[in-house]
Design a protein. Structure first.
Length: 367
């Protein structure tokens, strides 16, 4: 993550515009590579919104038996969509506020659960399957780790991007490590690897082993964290769609900007409604690995673009980008083959559709 953050920070500082890896690749005349990255990110966003929404309602269902999970998840997505229309100032304040509440609630849970930790559950360090097992687990959950670089994706809306982007990326990685590594360690220590892997709501399961009252802070943390994550996912994905619309890689309609709020309201609405429809009808949790493959494509293009920077514009050694590429390849290899093939097939189909549209447009333009 840190290597990707460094690559993204360098690019965001030099190209303070929306679109992330899509725009960065195009800046070096790699339009098709940028298109692949943009499609991968939007695909990952659609799956992520569905998965996070269902994760949220899975936790809520522990307190509200019979809860219509898909319907409630769709409603949550639509509410988040409405919030995203009102501009980055409001949504960023909401994200920061929700994050602060999440951290406080997780601190309460972790502190209460310390006495229930069984140290035997924390070893061996690499688990029963060693490094390949660790890589496989990391690859599967990789789809959820892009929040730290969202400021670079929205660079055009950042104040003083040369200062704020590197600070927010490094700070985001550090904060994630300080908060979530201890929470994961405590949960693993309470449940053990086998029980943790069987649970749909592992923190709630661990809380039940600790004390009855810890159920409620964990439930609240899950709800707040889920809402905050959906706000951030849609915030960043809509800016990628905006950039792709401006470049005529997707319908130009998606590039519309609200005259008052200065938000890509068409892109926000399209992604939000599509996500709500998907979560209402399907359970996309089976596509988590495919979403991770999409995310790895985005990261690979980010590192590739960072390597194109001339020496005078770099703020870090290219070693970080090369290390990031090697790590992405290792995670790709660790993903289930069907997930990789599914992502590759979807991107290949989109590339073919792009070529077909362009080939038909050229004769029309010539005439």
């Amino acid at each position: 993550m840190l290597a990707t953050g460094i690559s993204a920070a360098q690019l965001g500082v030099n190209f303070p515009e929306e679109g992330g890896a899509f725009s960065w690749a195009r800046a070096f005349d790699h339009d098709t590579t940028g298109f692949i990255a943009g499609c991968g990110y939007l695909g990952k966003a659609l799956v992520s919104m569905s998965v996070v929404g269902l994760a949220l309602t899975t936790y809520l269902a522990q307190a509200i038996p019979g809860l219509p999970q898909h319907f409630v998840a769709a409603v949550c997505v639509l509410v988040i969509t409405g919030l995203n229309v009102f501009g980055i100032d409001l949504t960023s304040k909401i994200v920061v506020g929700l994050l602060a509440v999440t951290v406080a609630l997780l601190a309460v849970y972790s502190g209460a659960a310390l006495h229930a930790v069984d140290r035997a559950h924390l070893g061996p360090l690499l688990g029963d399957h060693g490094l390949p097992g660790v890589l496989a687990g990391a690859a599967i959950f990789f789809w959820s780790w892009d929040g730290f670089m969202r400021t670079a994706i929205m660079a055009s809306e950042m104040k003083d991007p040369r200062r704020s982007i590197p600070l927010s990326i490094v700070g985001g990685v550090a904060l994630a490590a300080l908060v979530f590594v201890p929470v994961a360690a405590v949960t693993l220590g309470v449940l053990g690897a086998d029980d943790l892997g069987r649970e749909d709501a592992p923190l709630l399961a661990a809380a039940k082993h600790v004390a009855d009252w810890t159920f409620w802070p964990v439930l609240a943390a899950a709800g707040v964290a889920g809402l905050g994550d959906m706000v951030g996912i849609l915030l960043a994905a809509s800016r990628v769609a905006l950039a792709m619309g401006k470049a005529h890689e997707v319908p130009r309609w998606l590039a519309a900007v609200h005259p008052r709020f200065r938000t890509p309201h068409h892109a926000v609405a399209a992604l939000g409604v599509a996500s709500a429809a998907l979560v209402l009808v399907f359970d996309l949790r089976a596509l988590i690995e495919t979403a991770s493959a999409f995310m790895l494509v985005w990261y690979l293009v980010t590192h590739f673009a960072a390597l194109q920077l001339p020496k005078a514009k770099r703020i870090a050694s290219p070693i970080f980008s090369w290390y990031g590429i090697a790590a992405c390849v290792a995670l790709f290899v660790s993903l289930p083959v069907p997930a990789v093939l599914g992502a590759a097939g979807a991107l290949a189909a989109l590339i073919a559709a792009r070529w077909l549209v362009r080939s038909r447009a050229q004769p029309a333009a010539a005439s």
